[in-house]
Ligand binder design. Sequence first.
Ligand code: CP
Length: 310
Amino acid sequence: MTRKDLLDIESLTREEIEHLLDQAAPFKELFTRSVKKVPALTGKSVLTLFYEPSTRTLSSFQVAAKRLSADITTFDVPHSSAVKGETVRDTIATLQAMRTDYIIVRNSMPGLPKVIAEATRASVINAGDGAHAHPTQALLDGFTFREVFPQTDGKKVLIVGDILHSRVARSTSNLMRKLGIEVSWLGPGSLVPKHGPRDIKRFTSYDEAMAWGPDSIYLLRVQMERQDTQYFPSLREYTKLYGVTQERFKHIADQGIYLMHPGPVNRGVELCDEVMEYDRSLIDQQVENGIAARMAVLYWLKPQSEDSSS
Ligand code: CP
C-alpha cells in the first residue's frame, strides 16, 4: 500500500510503519559507499517550506532528497510573500502552479499540512505542525530503537519532559505503542497531560520511573518558545527533578539504559555533558538515521502529480 501524504503517525498501520523502517535500512547502507546516491527520484521535484526554525529536519530532508536524485528547492520563507501578508491559500495556489511533486512543510499551526495536502496533487510531508505531530521524527526514533532492539514487543521507553507542548512526544509515543513498546511519561504535573491514552503510565518522580525498568529513556527538549505560561519554577528546578544530572547519569549507565533525544539539546538542562560521550547514547545515531528514514518516506509516497508512465 502507498499513500499520497504523511501527516501523522495515527493514520499509519503497524505494517506500514514496519515497511518504512525496513525500507530505511538499505538506504542507510548506502551511506557507507563512496557513491551515496540512487536514481530513485530522478526528475522529481521537492520543495521545503519551513515557517519555523529547524536545523536537523530541514537539512536531513535536503540530504535525503539529494541522495534520491530529486531536485530540491528551499522556499525562502523569511523573504517570501508570506511575510508580506500573502494568505496560506494563495501560497498553496502558487505551490500548485509550480507542479512540485513533494512539499515538506513545518508550521506552528496544527493541521496546516493537511490543508495543503487537500489542496494540492503533491505529496505533503508534515515536518512538524505546532504541538500536533512530527511523523518523520517518530519514524527515525523507531528505526533507531529497532537497531538496538530488533524485537520491539514488550520493550519499555520512558519519555521525560514537556509532553504537553511536544509534537515529538505525541508522534513518538504513538509510533512506539504501535510497535508493541510500552511507553511511560515523566515530567512536571503541569506538563504531563492527564487525559490521553490509558496504556501510557504517568510518573512524577524519577525514582518511581526508574523502578519501572525502562530499556531506553527519551529526553525531550524544554520548549520555552511554546510556553505562554510558566509551568515550572525555574530551569534549575527542572534539571534537579527531571534532568539527567551527573548523579542520575551514573545510575542510568550502571543499568545500561539507552538514551535518546530529538535535538537540539539544551546541555545542562535536559542532560549533563557526560551523556554526549556515553556509548549507549543514541543521539548521533538518531541524526544519521533521520536521513535514511526520510529517504524511505520520500520513496514510499506517491504524488498525484505523477503521470501514468512514471
Ligand atoms: N528534532 C527536530 O525537529 O529538530 P529541528 O527543530 O532542528 O528540526
